[in-house]
Structures are given as C-alpha cells and as structure tokens.
Design a binder for this molecule. Sequence first.
Ligand code: MG
Length: 375
Amino acid sequence: MSLAPYASHPAQTRGRRHTESPAPTRSDYQRDRDRIVHSTAFRRLVYKTQVFLNHEGDLFRTRLTHSLEVAQLGRSISRSLGLNEDLVEAIALAHDLGHTPFGHAGQDVLNECMKAHGGFEHNLQSLRVVDKLEERYPGFDGLNLSFETREGILKHCSRTHAELLQAQEPGGVGQRFLAGTQPSLEAQLCNLADEIAYNAHDIDDGVRSGLITMTQLEAVPLFVRFRDETLQEHPQVTGKRLLFDTIRRMLSQQVYDVIDATRANLAEHAPGSAEDVRLCPPLVRFSPAMREASTQLKRFLFKELYRHPQVNDTTVQAKQVLTELFEAYITKPDTMPADFAQRGDLHRSVADYVAGMTDRFAVREHERLTGTKVF
Ligand code: MG
C-alpha cells in the first residue's frame, strides 16, 4: 500500500488508550479491523434493520451488508487517493455498531426513554461499543482501538456530549467537535461512502420491495441520466437488469466524482500530513453538481421510501416493541442478564442492553416479557 503524505500513517498513530505491544505482522489499523470483525457487536449486524425489518425479506440490506458495501466503496476510493485502506475498512465496518434494532425507529425510542438520563445517539453508542461494551480482553473493557479508528467512528457529536467526552479523555475524540477541526481523510471518506452506499442500495431495495417504482424514480435526475445511458447502449433491457445497470453506473460516477473533486481540494489546500488535514476544511467531497444530485436523491428516498405508509406502519410497531421492552426492564431489572442488571446506572444499562439486540431477539424478548405479539 503506497500512502500519500496526507494519509493516516500507522507509524504516527496517536495510539490506544491502553498500551499494547505492536503486532508482529499487522499495522495498528489492520489490527483494529480484525478486532472489529471478531467482535460480538459486528456479528449482530446481520440481524439488524437497515431500512427493511429483518423478517420482511432475506434479500434486503441489513446493517451488515450495508457496512460491507460502505467498506468496499471506501476502500476503492481510498486506493485511488493514496489513503490508508486498512483504516477506511476498520471505520466502515464499525460505523454502525451502535445502531439499535429496527433502525432509526429504535434510536428515536431509546433517545426518548433516555431523555432525562443523558439521551441516546447511535454514533456515540458505536464508540461506546468499541470503548466499553465489548468484553473480550482480560486487561480492559472494549476493543482498545487506535485513536484514528475511534475518531472515524464518532461521526457526529453534540456539544454537550463532546464536553463530556473531553472531560473523560482530554484531547481525545471529543476535541474536534469543540475546536471545529476535521477528522482524518479516511474518516471523511467513510462518511461519504456511507451516503453513496445507502442512496444506491435503498433504491434497489425500495424497487425490489415494490414500495417505489421505476416510474417514480423519473423524478430523480441522477437516476434518469444513467437509466438513459443504459437504454442508449442496451435499448432492449428492462426490469431488474435495467435497474441494476442504472445503479451500477450511478455508483461508479459518484465514486469518480469524489475522487476528482477530492484530488482538486487536496491540490488546492496541499496538506503535508494527516495532522494538516485536521486544520483544513472538509476535503473529501462531491463536486457541487454531484452534491446537489445526491441531495435530490436523498430527498426523494426520504419522502417516497423512508416515509412510505408501509414503512411507517412497521415503525409504529417497532416503537411499541422497544418502548414496552425498555419499560419492562426498568420495572424488573432482574429480567435482564445479571451483568446488565447489576451495573449501577439502570437506565444506561437498559439502553445498552436494548441497543445491542438484534431485531428478532427484541421481538422474542418483548413477547416473553409482555405476552403480546406485535409483528
Ligand atoms: Mg451507515
């Protein structure tokens, strides 16, 4: 791997919170990636909702396949820009570890239940999973990942939470939200790869589910442009193959656009090191035209898919399951495993326990504790 000067170089890592001797054959970021893949939270992603609930179909994206697609897009762009592919892969595979069951509906419920107890936010929870909740090492809680991986995982953070993090870890991952600086290019890239991935796969899953149609997608200029390109080259193609080829072209063009626009930003700002990057404006970006096109597509998906009546129905049911589950554990902490029941801060323990659940485990637990079947 040949790294550009502005890439994150493992030799210059800000290190781990608990000192460990280096691995003989792997860089720190490779080691982080491996720890993430072997974690319990990572395996749970396979049964967690991205948009469609896990039991709605076997072929829709789950958090796991979504994370793999983000890693694929991220690595591909990273290689072209001379960034650190291992770090990109580690961040991408970990970026959704803190997601609750049932996607955003789950996060909204937990945030509501935790209102008087510090709130709940999935980015912070992802960090909490890798810093604290994974129990795999004799000497420390969590996975003890490198600073740069943790920085990438904490994509957003409110000022209040940043101040709390800063108090626990001065100059740590909360700092940039207070100082207004940027994270590494690898972290910036994962953000954008996330957006490119879900925009594309949500069209695919949306059409496959029948909730949106190819005709509706004519309202999205980016889609129309590549659909027409496909039809020009293959006038006979219809249905599934037309959809896939359109999405494939859209994905490629977004990737090329990020690479070109980012190269231009790098040439303009000329950061000499990964530390310089933190003082520049965000550098991994779409061109203004692609930014606009991507935003239009996001707006379309929000309106036509994420707020589709059928999706709304499952959201209502998911909220009922998690609200009642949360309440049940608060009332009877002993119905949780002993290590959660006895952790002290009961509300936070329940939030950690519920957030860690897969969709189907949450449904089973809800049935066990309330005797009602929601789905
Ligand atoms: Mg994501």
